[in-house]
Design a protein around this ligand. Sequence first.
Ligand code: TYC
Length: 113
Amino acid sequence: MTLHPLRMSNTPDGDDGDAGVALQTRTRTKRPPLYKVLLLNDDYTPMEFVVHILERFFGMTHAEAFEIMLTVHKKGLAVVGVFSHEIAETKVTQVMDFARRHQHPLQCTMEKE
Ligand code: TYC
């Protein structure tokens, strides 16, 4: 028995049984990548300036900022926050612009987590 080429099914009423419902395909949602913002040590930027940066741009308390600043001073660098790509870029730009305006050689970078 052959099926008529213009018919939806071979049942007498033409009902193909899908009730007009579109078939769903599974969508894989990926979480956006995160980026670490790093502060680097140098021999010239004053400690209090670094503390001020951490308070101003990273929302740290004075005590938190002082602790992270000391970690950078002793270890050479520290992660000061983890953000989306756009926010991380903004933080790096804010820190670099602020340091440059005050003529300090402070370096701030970002890297994928
Ligand atoms: N090493 C600097 C000093 O002794 C202080 C400093 C800390 C500089 C952290 C940069 O990211 C930095 N004045």
